[in-house]
Design a protein around this ligand. Structure first.
Ligand SMILES: C[S@@+](CC[C@H](N)C(=O)[O-])C[C@H]1O[C@@H](n2cnc3c(N)ncnc32)[C@H](O)[C@@H]1O
Length: 376
């Protein structure tokens, strides 16, 4: 796996986050290279204020911080940590880091965007740029050519302004736009809906997982969460909008709930949703983290987990594995990890390896999903 990005007679050493010994995936892609080459050819004066949105592991922030003032904006805690680690590794100057819930700085000279996976998040980002930027500020986005559809360009035209694309290079394409649309479309960051057959209403900020409708796995899990007076503290690992915690809190009115997600918008949505559905008197904590990094073993009786199988664009099961290992660390003896997954993902094998085969049981299964309980 290559860790040296060499362009224009300069080399950066870049790793994904967290850094893993057996990593097979690179910390940057051809889209980052295309943007770097393009901006280098623009011949920018130095000390411009560049806003870099959705920088995955900081390749762009590291590159451009040498000569420019950088604001890195991302919803991902992992991207923040990865960028910070790569900046330090390469002795780069400091970069201002903000989330996509923060205001777009008003004095930006150039915007570079790695297009986000979710169109709702893209529309939110474009609408924020339209409100904050002068129409003279170039906005250059990048993605795999096959991911840039006519509908993507229409979103740019509608929410930002005039838009053109480049030729493809290494299967990537650039999108050139500026904040000059004749009308400003007001975009709300909130999407609200009620969960069928439950007394739960959820607000979803733009980048929350399954923010437009309930995840099918979560639906199945809701039907099998326990009422158990012995449980005092439940941790929701990869909480998304907090739906599992809300149900658990309704079934068990005295429990403490800790919600963890690597998306800042998920953490904020979960916080709002727990308060609006359970009341403001409950003992809750919502925290952005990579799995349970650095969290001390406390009195956790149960961890609930509907694990992700993507990290940015890459399909991977290392996060699920990390979540299971961290859950085992943090659980008190006798505590339970409750996991839902597609049947084909083989989580039973992973849990048996960690907890011992006799401590893993199937709580429920249907054609698509299986819910497993592992006891420490
Ligand atoms: C399949 S979704 C489940 C969301 C919610 N619990 C539900 O059941 O609808 C997985 C969640 O894990 C989060 N996630 C992904 N990688 C993570 C990591 N390394 N640490 C913490 N959360 C992570 C994602 O942002 C996403 O919200």
């Amino acid at each position: 796996m290559i860790t040296e990005l060499s362009l224009h007679e300069r080399t950066l050493s870049l790793f994904r986050y967290p850094k893993r010994n057996n990593e097979t995936l690179q910390a940057w892609d051809a889209g980052d290279e295309y943007l770097i080459n393009h901006v280098e050819e623009m011949g920018l004066e130095s000390n411009q204020h560049i806003l870099i949105i959705n920088d995955n592991f900081g390749a762009l922030s590291c590159w451009f911080s040498e000569k420019h003032r950088i604001t890195m904006m991302s919803d991902s805690y992992i991207s923040h940590q990865g960028t910070q680690a790569n900046l330090q590794r390469n002795h780069c100057p400091d970069v201002n880091m903000i989330t996509t819930m923060d205001d777009v700085p008003s004095d930006v000279d150039l915007v570079l965007i790695q297009l986000p996976k979710s169109n709702r998040h893209l529309v939110w980002q474009l609408s924020q740029l339209r409100c904050a930027l002068k129409d003279t500020v170039p906005v250059i986005a990048v993605n795999k050519a096959k991911e840039i559809h006519t509908s993507t360009l229409k979103l740019f035209e509608k929410h930002l302004g005039e838009t053109k694309t480049s030729l493809a290079w290494k299967k990537h394409r650039l999108v050139f736009s500026s904040a000059n649309s004749t009308t400003i479309n007001q975009v709300s960051p909130n999407t609200q809906w009620s969960v069928d057959k439950e007394n739960i209403t959820l607000n979803n900020l733009p980048n929350v997982y399954s923010g437009e409708s309930l995840d099918l796995g979560a639906r199945f899990m809701l039907e099998h969460l326990p009422t158990n007076p012995g449980i005092k503290h439940v941790l929701d690992l990869g909480c998304g909008n907090g739906v599992l915690s809300i149900k658990m809190g309704q079934l068990n009115p005295d429990i403490k709930l800790t919600c963890i997600d690597e998306s800042f918008m998920a953490v904020e949505s979960a916080r709002q949703n727990l308060i609006s559905n359970l009341g403001s008197e409950r003992d809750i904590e919502c925290i952005a983290n990579n799995c349970l990094d650095g969290m001390p073993a406390t009195d956790v009786d149960m961890v609930m987990c509907n694990p992700p199988f993507h990290q940015q664009q890459a399909i991977t099961d290392h996060i699920a594995w990390q979540m299971f290992c961290d859950a085992k660390q943090i659980l008190s003896v006798g505590g339970q990890l409750l996991v839902i997954g597609n049947r084909h993902l083989g989580y039973d094998g992973k849990l048996s390896r960690l907890f011992g085969k006799s401590n893993v049981k199937v709580v429920a299964a249907n054609k698509k999903f299986v819910i497993l309980q592992a006891t420490k």
